[in-house]
Design a protein. Structure first.
Length: 365
């Protein structure tokens, strides 16, 4: 009887999705490379019949449990945890998708395997999907991939997904690239900032950082890391797709960086936070006309961080949070939401007040 009630409920959702094909927040599309596949050891979260996943082999939705069908994995990832965070407050969630490890974004160009794998599934089971979750970028950190190139690719890819789902208003969740513990120099900071800038320019997109979560290996999160990430994705969607305005999200948003007259101290202010925790000087650096300026001290207030650079800073300059290929990125708010990596222009004038505030539109996200 319990299973019958689930199937009836699932049928009702599918009918609703077709009846409201222009925008269904209960229907999600998943894609990306290996972290989107999910590479952590099983088991994933226990099954919850309020969350279902499209099985491309049978053409039916089944109870979602890792490893998810059609996602190119034998492990667990963030998606079941995200949906299970939302379902108790917002109702049943349906998911479908395609992912493949070790692929650049060009893999999803029309005619390429990523496009061929994803688009027919959207046509069959994703019409009117209200959410697209994208977790990719490690293979675009190689030298020669510019921020502008990646942003253009991402814009075009998301436009194709929205068009295939028949929903130009689809909300996009971009998972900002996590760490890489290998020693090679790469474009991780450039890629993270390109993802953030894409979100700033798309009013129907939000950014959730993978930084700061625990790792299984050099680039993949472990089981706890994926669950933590999934829970934050869930909070973001409850606020932005389901109108749960009492949900504490986003995490700390860098919205001001003011240097003193002697250019020897900077006060950074974070919006959307009441109590900062996890402050680490190594997570911050500046880029000026002479190069990189590391910070030797970071003193947190409730909503501010006072930074001491290793030398006098030359203006213009940018303050970077989430500096380097493998930052600790431990800065969190009182709800455990992580701060996104950001590159922010340094200003002169009065230091920002150490007081809570709402983020300006697009600031830091």
């Amino acid at each position: 009887m319990h299973r019958l009630r689930y199937l009836l409920c699932l049928t009702s959702i599918l009918i609703s999705a077709k009846a409201n094909a222009d925008d269904n927040p209960h229907l999600w599309i998943l894609s990306g490379q290996s972290n989107a596949c999910g590479r952590a050891k099983l088991p994933g979260p226990p099954a919850d019949e309020r969350v279902a996943m499209f099985n491309p082999e049978t053409g039916e939705f089944v109870v979602a449990q890792d490893p998810l069908p059609g996602m190119g994995t034998t492990g667990t990832g963030p998606w079941v945890a995200a949906a299970q965070t939302v379902a108790p407050l917002a109702g049943d969630i349906l998911m479908l998708g395609f992912a493949s490890g070790g692929k650049p974004i060009s893999y999803w160009h029309p005619g390429n395997p990523g496009h061929v794998g994803l688009m027919p599934r959207i046509k069959k089971a994703g019409q009117g999907a209200g959410v697209f979750l994208w977790y990719q970028g490690e293979n675009n950190t190689i030298p020669g991939t510019s921020a502008a190139d990646y942003m253009k690719e991402l814009q075009e890819h998301i436009a194709r997904v929205r068009q295939q789902a028949n929903n130009p208003q689809m909300l996009v969740v971009v998972v900002q690239l996590g760490p890489d513990t290998r020693a090679e120099n790469s474009g991780y900071m450039t890629l993270r900032e390109a993802q953030r800038q894409y979100v700033v320019g798309d009013p129907r997109a939000i950014l959730v950082p993978a930084l700061g979560r625990t790792l299984k290996d050099t680039v993949h999160l472990d089981n706890a890391g994926y669950r933590e990430l999934g829970a934050e994705i869930g909070r973001a969607l409850m606020r932005h797709r389901f109108g749960k305005t009492d949900v504490n999200w986003p995490g700390p948003v860098l919205d001001a960086a003011v240097i003193n007259e002697k250019r020897t101290s900077i006060v950074a202010h974070f919006a959307e936070v009441d109590e900062l925790a996890g402050c680490d000087a190594a997570d911050f650096a500046l880029i000026d006309e002479e190069g990189t300026v590391h910070c030797t001290m970071a003193t947190p207030g409730k909503t501010t961080v006072t930074l001491v650079p290793e030398r006098v800073v030359r203006l213009p300059a940018r303050l970077i949070y989430g500096f380097g290929q493998n930052p600790a990125a431990s800065l969190v708010d009182e709800a455990g939401n992580r701060a996104s990596a950001v590159q922010f222009p340094v200003a002169t004038g009065d230091a920002p007040e150490d007081a809570p505030s709402a983020a300006a539109n697009g600031a830091g996200k």
